[in-house]
Design a protein around this ligand. Sequence first.
Ligand code: PEP
Ligand code: MN
Length: 360
Amino acid sequence: MILGPRLEYHQLPSTPGVEVCMLLILQPDSTEQTGEALLSELRGAGLDGQMVADRPRRVIRLRGTPHSIEWLQGLPGVLHVVPAQRPFHLSLKENPDQKTTIRIADHTIGGSEPTIIAGPCAVEDDTDLIAMARALKRSGAHLLRGGAYKPRSSPYDFQGLGREGLELLAEAGREAGLPIITEAVDERTLDEIREVTHVVQVGARNMHNYALLKRVGAAGLPVFLKRGFAATLEEFLLAAEYLLEHGNTQVMLCERGIRTFSDHSRFTLDLSIVPRLQELSHLPVFVDPSHASGRRRSVSALAKAAIAAGADGVMVEVHPNPDTARCDGPQSLEPAAFELLADQIRSLAAVRDGQGETVP
Ligand code: PEP
Ligand code: MN
């Protein structure tokens, strides 16, 4: 699923003589003089730079072949170097402190408190979702998750209850006082779920579905975008860019495990993307340890590692009786284990952010 040759931040195309075009995003406090000084330094190195006029911040468009990206990155006044052929401007930070926060009910995502999203993989008709949603709320969950439309690898597996599932999820959320998040698997289901949901989930399999991303971007609801399991960081941010470009400012990113040669877990949780995303993007960053590991016994450790690595929140699958779950039971926590985990997440985040004293 690699989408052709990519230009990394740390390397230039190896073909000699190929003219590259890139954008230098300048520090927010840069002045006209900073820009002029940079332009003359670039000209001195044989490069052709021009200020881009119609931008809220100072940006230089650069043509030519600089000897290294590090050199460009180190020039005084430069914040980011972005390959212009693959621009992802809206999802990148303009300054190191920029952070998108998303208010949902009485909770702020991307704020000081870590966000906990919990619930079953799929909404089922024979589980008491209301009772579980109430228990999740008491344990400190901020959003209730549950799929009404499930993108399953096998067409013979349970595909979700559809509209009935949506109604059950909405009712459980209402009764428990929890906003809900559910997945749109295509444009038709988006139209259905947007009537009831507080957050639209775009799943890993749909991260590359650009037609859907455009529609979700324009839907006017916060979006929870999961990383495709073969998507690079650049492709992930470009998928977010589709949402932002179509007018949506309320976008969350979620690492949920990628495909590697490692065969001891369902996927490989790429925790190293968390600090990298936090460094590059202002969007809140989540981790889903349930789909990443596929194993209940790994979920709590990975969720805590995600918080320690700087995630703004986690999404965890919880089921009142995982052994009978119609979908993803082996990776679902029981409510009691979730209660303990939620507690530990709060303590860990406090330690991470310098408010606590002991690590649980
Ligand atoms: C899910 O969250 O239910 C799901 C299917 O996740 P993913 O898209 O990450 O596989
Ligand atoms: Mn699942």
